[in-house]
Design a protein around this ligand. Structure first.
Ligand code: DC
Length: 222
């Protein structure tokens, strides 16, 4: 009997670099599971704020251990449930993004989430995106990508996403919020955003998702 091992592809990059759209499409193309690890940090930030646990990391982790679940949907996309409910709709605003970038600096939280992320590896494989997927969480991944894009391009993308969703947004404010998050994520002591050893770098500033996907599929040969 052949013993199959699940493949892992990591896609790291800055906020709004395009990594999530790329990861999602790549996972669907390959039939792999998909994890956007940012939603885990965003969930922790959201729960911390709604339960007023900012000052008590031990209680926060205890609460997460009892109430937070990471489950795959029919499309093999991992989602987060808190107390049995899907909390996705509360996670995608820039305030939660910034607070996620702050809670993500705590080693206890990173360690707790490390286990959850490892549990997401399932046959035939996983595409995981974030800031430290290739450097810390899955250092032995089969294939590692690092996606970059200019700040102005990323801010414009985020602005469009928000206005299309009917949310009022200011390009100037988004640019400064993204710059603040870049600074936090690159300069924090634990697991800062870096191009992981052995990763292939793709600048997505002037390429659309489908073009990038073609490029990745050319490079990823099992
Ligand atoms: O990818 P995102 O914008 O949804 O991530 C939100 C924040 O979560 C990000 O600014 C830093 C943190 N994060 C992290 O520290 N490590 C990851 N692997 C993913 C996200």
């Amino acid at each position: 009997m052949s013993h199959k091992i699940a493949r892992v592809i990591t896609i790291d990059g800055l906020a709004s670099s395009g990594k999530t759209s790329i990861s999602k499409k790549l996972s669907e193309k390959l039939g792999y599971y998909f994890l956007d690890s940012g939603i885990l940090y965003r969930s922790v930030a959201y729960i911390c704020l709604t339960e007023s646990l900012e000052k008590n990391t031990n209680l926060l982790i205890n609460n997460l251990e009892n109430n937070l679940e990471v489950v795959a949907d029919k499309k093999k996309h991992y989602e987060v449930n808190y107390r049995g409910s899907d909390i996705s709709e509360h996670l995608y605003n820039e305030e939660i993004g910034i607070y996620a970038s702050i809670v993500s600096q705590k080693s206890e939280i990173r360690e707790y989430l490390m286990k959850l992320q490892h549990n997401c590896v399932k046959l035939p494989g996983l595409v995981a995106n974030g800031r430290d997927m290739g450097s810390k969480v899955f250092p032995d991944a089969d294939f590692k990508l690092f996606i970059t894009a200019e700040l102005a391009v990323r801010a414009e993308r985020r602005f469009k996403q928000l206005t299309v969703a009917g949310t009022e947004a200011s390009l100037e404010k988004i640019t400064s919020q993204l710059a603040e998050r870049d600074k936090n994520d690159k300069n924090r002591k634990i697991s800062p955003l870096i191009a992981p050893t052995g990763s292939i770098e793709i600048d997505s500033s002037h390429l659309n998702v489908d073009r990038i996907l073609d490029k990745i599929l050319e490079l990823y040969k099992i």
